[in-house]
Ligand binder design. Structure first.
Ligand SMILES: C[S@@+](CC[C@H](N)C(=O)[O-])C[C@H]1O[C@@H](n2cnc3c(N)ncnc32)[C@H](O)[C@@H]1O
Length: 237
């Protein structure tokens, strides 16, 4: 199954638009399968125990963590940035997906503004010390201004301030950094119109028919699952 998915992803570079779309459409089944697997796992039970012992205020819920895990496993990213790392519920599921895909050199840059929280406290020690977790303390705005983040990334997760302005600002900042086929993921897309508005603006329509103009549309696929939204970047050729 893995080989099948990888070869399909490679095809995206050269094949006609219909098969590109078909290969991305198949991601839904893969993500659902990975999410189901982690939902039933000992890792999930352990994370829920940790979260309940620490206090669950402000952390990503179990269903969304499973979706995030599935998306990460499907993409197999090497360079990831997350905003709003906090005590690390989302980080733990990303790191677990990287380990399960045996991506030993992958890096998660996890940005957290608050000086008070114990950043990454929920992440199991073996994942935290695996070398993939790169905690960064400060405002995401300042890290971008200081050019302290990778210029090219495979996956971005928004989970910081959920104001309309800030969400849209982060999407617009990180979308250009995503490579072709890279993934923008947002938590709490139900909070305001930022995510649907952003996705709407990636569509280009044919004047005559009002149908999607594949060439000029800048995503391959997008969707929403629970409170998670995602969009797969398509670079124009
Ligand atoms: C909803 S919590 C994140 C939960 C975390 N992803 C988890 O699952 O454990 C949001 C966090 O974003 C942080 N935050 C808000 N604005 C930020 C900014 N501009 N830059 C970096 N972090 C920010 C807050 O301090 C808060 O800890």
């Amino acid at each position: 199954m893995r080989v099948f998915q990888l070869s399909q992803r490679h095809q995206v570079q050269q094949t006609p638009q219909t098969s590109s779309l078909a290969s991305f459409y198949s991601m839904w089944d893969a993500v659902a399968r990975f999410a189901k697997e982690i939902r039933a796992s000992e890792f999930m039970s352990d994370m829920i125990r940790r979260r309940d012992a620490y206090g669950s205020d402000g952390v990503m819920g179990a269903l969304d963590c499973a979706t995030l895990y599935g998306l990460t496993r499907w993409l197999r990213p090497m360079v990831l940035v997350e905003s709003g790392g906090f005590i690390g519920m989302s980080s733990a599921f990303i790191l677990k997906a990287l380990v399960d895909e045996k991506l030993a050199n992958a890096k998660l840059y996890s940005i957290e503004l608050s000086q008070d929280c114990e950043q990454g406290a929920l992440i199991p020690e073996e994942l935290r010390s695996s070398g993939g977790f790169v905690p960064m303390r400060g405002r995401i705005e300042d890290f971008l201004k200081g050019d302290q983040l990778p210029a090219s990334i495979d996956m971005f997760l928004h989970d910081s301030s959920h104001s309309y302005q800030h969400m849209l600002w982060e999407f617009r900042q990180f979308w250009p950094r995503l490579r072709d086929g890279g993934l923008l993921v947002s938590h709490d897309v139900q909070m305001n119109a930022a995510f649907p508005e952003f996705v709407t603006n990636t569509y280009a329509l044919e004047k005559k028919t009002g149908r999607r103009d594949f060439e000029r549309t800048s995503h391959y696929e997008w969707g929403r699952w629970g409170y998670i939204g995602f969009a797969i970047k398509k670079v124009g050729r």
